[in-house]
Ligand binder design. Structure first.
Ligand SMILES: Cc1cc2nc3c(=O)[nH]c(=O)nc-3n(C[C@H](O)[C@H](O)[C@H](O)COP(=O)(O)O)c2cc1C
Length: 129
């Protein structure tokens, strides 16, 4: 099992676009056995994806070709024995408005099975304004 985490840039993406991305995730990730979580701060995405390597490559190829975002940059790529988000085909965790409260609010939402490295990366992203 593999876990990827990347960030990308998408200034001012509409709620409709985000909904359409999440609909694609629900369709394709369920079929491919890909799970994970997605954060959007109004300018940047952070996405954690987990699954078998061939399935992740398939999903990443589509994501990389998507012109709704750019500048995809992989932050971490690790082998794991268990999924951190087994029940989430792609959970969009909404960031709270107030940046000072984001870290704490997000911490309560993150799954227990995340490695310390992945958790730190995600929490650091949430603190960016
Ligand atoms: C930030 C971001 C994350 C995405 N994550 C996924 C994903 O996890 N799975 C997926 O199938 N498509 C994802 N997409 C959408 C794909 O780029 C692509 O539009 C979609 O897979 C097309 O599939 P469809 O024709 O079934 O809608 C993402 C797009 C963006 C911009």
């Amino acid at each position: 099992m593999r876990q990827y985490i990347y960030v990308s840039t998408a200034p001012n993406l509409s709620d409709e676009s985000l909904d359409s991305i999440l609909a694609s995730c629900a369709r394709n990730n369920a079929e491919r056995g890909v799970t994970g979580l997605l954060l959007y701060n109004g300018r940047n995405f952070l996405q954690l994806l987990e699954g078998a390597e061939t399935d992740l490559l398939w999903v990443m190829a589509r994501i990389s070709a998507d012109n709704r975002h750019s500048g995809i940059s992989k932050l971490e790529d690790s082998f794991v024995t268990d999924r951190a988000c087994p029940d989430w085909t792609m959970r969009h965790i909404k960031l709270v408005e107030n940046v000072d409260q984001r870290r704490q609010a997000l911490e309560a939402e993150l799954p227990a099975g995340l490695s310390d490295t992945m958790r730190r990366i995600i929490l650091n992203f949430a603190a960016l304004n």
